[in-house]
Ligand binder design. Structure first.
Ligand code: CAA
Length: 256
């Protein structure tokens, strides 16, 4: 598949999808989002891929939805054409772990895209923000909800109401980013995470992802019930037998 605004390569068990629209700081235009959706679905369907890494350049993960493309949009066409709808949520439909490796600006839709991924690994130069208020709009791809759940009301409110950016260190401290690494180590560290995941039991990985993501959708009681059903189901997998046998036999497990 030939893409114009992203690059896709396989590195070991990881599919690395790089947003590649440098002249616009990876602004998320329609074509880019269509290509991203296709690449994500292809990687999800590829049995050789254990995890997906979504990244940008050193300067920008993505500076948001494309403002120049949005400028001419009007209601009700925005609504009728499902702007910031299904094409933006492709990443939420992916069953394999998706790691956002974020360097530089992750603003507006860029921050929202990173938050739709399963975890954010931040380079030390990353800057997160929801500056839509400066454009006379508000976040439209889940920012007001996911940012608030990630970092709490006061911090999210300040960012969404004033457009203030958050540094990588602050993002880690607040729980938005899993870790901060030097920018040169960003992809290698993301690949290490993907490599670790690739060596584990695939059903356990898929169910772990499903269970954690359910915490954002379900009341506690329902979430715990779902977790228990998944947990009990794993006792029917080879992975559980191998993992526990290996522990008892004091050897490393070999998952198929
Ligand atoms: N859309 C379209 N083009 C963008 C863009 C965007 N979101 N962000 C940057 N660009 C373009 C600039 O227009 C510029 O292009 P030209 O050279 O053709 O003028 C090029 O990228 C480089 O940008 P700057 O010259 O502005 O670079 P800078 O280093 O001085 O500033 C920046 C970087 C602070 C990120 C600044 O570009 C900026 O503020 N960008 C907009 C960020 C923003 O408001 N994002 C939210 C968008 S709305 C949204 O995302 C809605 C939603 O919730 C889905």
């Amino acid at each position: 598949m030939a893409y114009e605004m992203i690059e896709v390569e396989t590195q070991g068990p990881a599919a690395v999808i790089r947003l590649n629209r440098p002249a616009a700081l990876n602004a998320l235009c329609d074509q880019l989002m269509q290509e991203l959706g296709q690449a994500l679905r292809a990687a999800d369907a590829d049995p050789a891929v254990a995890a997906i890494i979504l990244t940008g350049s050193e300067k920008a993960f993505a500076a948001g939805a494309d403002i120049k493309e949005m400028q001419a949009r009007r209601f009700p066409d925005t609504y009728l054409n499902d702007f910031i709808g299904a094409s933006w949520e492709a990443v939420l439909t992916i069953r394999k772990p998706v790691i956002a490796a974020v360097a530089g600006f992750a603003l507006g839709g860029g921050c929202e895209l990173a938050m739709m991924c399963d975890m954010i690994l931040a380079a030390d130069n990353a800057k997160f923000g929801q500056p839509e208020i400066n454009l006379g709009i508000i976040p439209g791809a889940g920012g007001s909800q996911r940012l608030t759940r990630a970092i709490g009301k006061s911090k999210a409110m300040e960012m969404v109401l004033t457009g203030r950016m958050m540094s990588a260190e602050d993002a880690e401290r607040a729980g938005l980013a899993a870790r901060v690494v030097p920018v040169a180590d960003l992809l290698p560290e993301a690949l290490k995470i993907a490599g670790k995941i690739a060596g584990l039991s695939a059903p356990a990985v898929a169910m772990a992802k499903e269970a954690v993501n359910a915490a954002f959708e379900l009341p506690l009681r329902e979430g715990v019930r779902l977790e228990r059903r998944l947990f009990l189901g794993l006792f029917g997998t080879e992975g559980q037998q191998e993992g526990m046998a290996a522990f008892v036999e004091k050897r490393k497990p070999v998952f198929k």
